[in-house]
Every structure is written in structure tokens, then in C-alpha cells.
Design a binder for this molecule. Structure first.
Ligand SMILES: C[S@@+](CC[C@H](N)C(=O)[O-])C[C@H]1O[C@@H](n2cnc3c(N)ncnc32)[C@H](O)[C@@H]1O
Length: 235
């Protein structure tokens, strides 16, 4: 999807973002907690964290509150989302803000943790390898990559059934499920879990895997080998 189209879409959502997401995404709050639960680092560690597609900072706020010595870069394409994130995190001085496109702009380096919650499906499937490779390079040895993703099942029949259940979920919450489903088909690029795991693996990540899934939503984790795992043993 073109950057302007993504910006336009999210600019319109910013005022009612948490409410809207809860109506559109099953287990929206729980997915964030599941992702947090996959972080293997000590709560007291001075982590460097990159939040890609941070939106209004719901995950960033939880990360900074759980990891009191962490520094976080909040990265987003949409100025209004970054402004909302800044206002949610006002008073926290361990944050820097970066307006940019994670498909092409510099991601920085030496991160312990990269998170991307519900933001990567805006990227085309062909862009995934290059993106994962850049994310991999931005991590320190031993670093971790966590993403909650909009996914698609391998089987067309299962996918259709899951979409039906997703649409019923949105409808029950008073949303126009036909319009959201149409938008999803036209603009999003959901990948299968096997594609994501294989691509993460090809780009160098270790132990890529899905740790939670419901319908067309999943939480994945992968890690970069620790220095001790890549250095050959010395005699
Ligand atoms: C559905 S929101 C998710 C926000 C937040 N991570 C959360 O879980 O609540 C997706 C966010 O990703 C951002 N985004 C989409 N494509 C992007 C890109 N190519 N580069 C940077 N941010 C992007 C959008 O601007 C939006 O704020």
C-alpha cells in the first residue's frame, strides 16, 4: 500500500483508536499481553527497544512501565499516530520518536528487542524478506523480534471460515463488517504462518515460531543468535 494511503487511513482512526481496535480485532488487549509475556529479558535490564508502527503507543506504554530501565524508539509513518503516542507517553523521558517508513528508512541498530504489533501486514509479501533482514541486522546478538500479525490460513476453505467468524465478531460490535472486510482484501497483505516462519528463518533468525493464534491473528517470535552461539569454541 502507498505510504499516503496508509497515513490517510490511520490519521482518520487516531481519535478513537483503542475503542475501534477492540471492535475490529479479537483479543486486542490480550495480544499485547501475550507479546509482553514472550520477552525473555530481566525487568531491570537496560534494554534498547524499537516499536515499529507504534501507533498511539499502547504497547510502548506497557513496555516502558514493565521495563523501568528500557529506552524505546517509537517509530511510525503517520504523524498523528506519533503525536498521540507522544501525548500518551508524556512525562516519560526514555522515549525517542521517529517518523518514517519501516520498509525503506533506517531502523537504527543495537536493539535488544524489536516489536511490531499489527503493523507489518501493510507491507507486501515480496517486501518481507528485505524487511526481516534489516530488522535482523538492527538487533544485537541475542536480540529478540516479536510481532502480532494479521495472517491468512494456508487453506482457502479454512480461511473463508475464519473470515466469516471475524466478520461476525465485527458485526456483533456494531461495525460494518462488509466494508472492513473489503478494505482488508484490497489493502492488507496477510501472510501465512508458514511463510512468516520460513522467511524469518531464511533471513537468519533462530527459533521462529507462532506462540498464539486466533482466526486470522497471530503472535510470532524469533531471535538472533547470542554471540556465544555464533563463535566457534576455542581449544
Ligand atoms: C493498526 S496500527 C497498530 C498500532 C500499534 N502497534 C498497536 O498495536 O496498537 C498500525 C500502525 O502501523 C503504522 N504503519 C503502517 N505501515 C507503516 C510503515 N510502512 N512504516 C511505519 N509505520 C507504519 C500505521 O501508521 C499505524 O500507526
Amino acid at each position: 500500500m502507498e505510504p499516503d494511503s496508509i497515513r490517510h487511513h490511520f490519521k482518520a482512526q487516531v481519535s478513537d483508536y483503542p475503542g475501534l481496535m477492540k471492535r475490529l480485532v479479537p483479543f486486542f488487549d490480550e495480544q499485547r499481553e501475550i507479546l509482553l509475556g514472550l520477552i525473555p529479558f530481566d525487568r531491570e535490564a537496560p534494554l534498547r527497544i524499537l516499536d515499529l508502527g507504534c501507533g498511539p503507543g499502547l504497547l510502548a506504554a506497557r513496555l516502558l512501565s514493565e521495563y523501568k530501565h528500557a529506552e524505546l524508539t517509537a517509530f511510525d509513518l503517520t504523524q498523528e499516530m506519533l503525536d498521540s503516542c507522544r501525548s500518551r507517553l508524556s512525562g516519560v523521558d526514555r522515549v525517542s520518536y521517529q517518523l518514517g517508513d519501516f520498509r525503506s528508512d533506517d531502523l537504527g541498530e543495537n536493539y535488544d528487542l524489536i516489536v511490531a504489533a499489527l503493523s507489518l501486514h501493510h507491507m507486501e509479501l515480496e517486501e518481507r524478506y528485505g524487511f526481516f533482514r534489516r530488522a535482523y541486522r538492527s538487533l544485537k546478538a541475542g536480540g529478540v523480534f516479536l510481532a502480532s500479525e494479521v495472517i491468512a490460513d494456508e487453506s482457502t476453505a479454512v480461511r473463508e471460515q475464519q473470515y466469516q467468524l471475524w466478520r461476525e465478531f465485527m458485526e456483533r460490535n456494531g461495525e460494518d463488517s462488509a466494508a472492513w472486510y473489503r478494505r482488508h482484501c484490497e489493502k492488507d497483505h496477510p501472510a501465512t504462518i508458514s511463510f512468516l516462519v520460513a522467511t524469518l528463518s531464511k533471513t537468519g533468525f533462530q527459533a521462529p515460531g507462532c506462540f498464539w493464534r486466533y482466526l486470522n491473528f497471530a503472535v510470532l517470535s524469533a531471535r538472533k543468535a547470542a554471540a556465544s552461539e555464533t563463535t566457534p569454541p576455542t581449544r
